[in-house]
Design a protein around this ligand. Structure first.
Ligand SMILES: CC(C)(COP(=O)(O)OP(=O)(O)OC[C@H]1O[C@@H](n2cnc3c(N)ncnc32)[C@H](O)[C@@H]1OP(=O)(O)O)[C@@H](O)C(=O)NCCC(=O)NCCS
Length: 211
């Protein structure tokens, strides 16, 4: 066990999946301090543990995992905590497959049945969700989220803050630009510009990304 206690930020659906992965690794929920910005959840419980308010004074003296699916929220909270010297903790479900020849950044979540191939690089606080495949030589930049069942062919580049929707397939060597969104079920066979939303088979631009 790499650390004895962990702070987890987020108590929504994605956080439930992350805790499930920790329990599968042998953690107990009582070793996790849960925090949130969601005032309606503060004071309640999550996996039987009290939920505390995340504030600018919250302690960062133990490793932190931001278990929030939204790339924008994850990135914003990470930036705040980074300035206070927080260390981010990566969690990989024991039934994920992460090549020893890949490099996975701090604060990532690798879900069950996800695969990360050799010489792939994954940046800070990314989510490689259930059954998602990052093939050899891909580069996935900070705060990207590869939704369940999405596939990156070999050599794909995913820039920061990108959402690749559930079940989407990105063909080999395609580049997905900064902040772009790829719709669920899409097949992307050409580069996607920054700040745009592409969807369909083959994927076409729907509109500029809504913030
Ligand atoms: C692509 C996406 C972002 C578009 O959302 P949006 O901006 O709200 O777009 P709308 O729902 O208004 O749809 C706009 C048009 O695009 C079409 N469209 C939306 N999503 C599509 C998709 N995935 N594939 C093909 N067409 C799609 C809609 O049918 C609509 O077409 P119309 O104008 O002919 O009726 C969204 O549909 C999507 O796929 N999100 C990914 C969800 C996901 O996988 N989340 C992961 C959770 S873990």
């Amino acid at each position: 066990m790499p650390t004895e206690r962990l702070t987890m930020i987020g108590t929504g659906g994605h956080a439930k999946v992350v805790v499930d992965a920790l329990l599968a690794q042998g953690w107990t929920a009582s070793a996790i301090d849960f925090m949130t910005e969601d005032e309606s959840a503060v004071g309640g419980t999550f996996f039987g543990q009290p939920i505390q308010r995340l504030s600018s004074e919250s302690p960062v003296d133990q490793p932190v995992h931001i278990a929030i699916g939204s790339n924008a929220a994850r990135g914003r909270i990470a930036a705040l905590l980074q300035t206070r010297g927080a260390a981010f903790f990566t969690i990989a479900h024991p039934r994920s497959v992460v090549s020893h020849l890949s490099r996975v950044g701090d604060g990532c979540f690798i879900a069950a049945c996800a695969v990360i191939g050799p010489d792939a690089e994954v940046g800070l606080a990314c989510i490689v969700n259930h059954g998602s495949i990052v093939d050899h030589d891909c580069v996935v930049n900070d705060f990207a989220h590869l939704a369940p069942g999405s596939t990156l062919g070999g050599g794909v580049i995913v820039h920061a803050n990108v959402l690749v929707g559930a079940g989407a397939n990105i063909l080999p060597r395609v580049t997905i630009g900064l902040n772009a969104v790829v719709g669920a079920g899409s097949v992307v066979n050409r580069d996607v510009p920054a700040n745009s939303t592409y969807a369909g088979v083959p994927a076409r631009q729907l509109h500029e990304t809504r913030t």
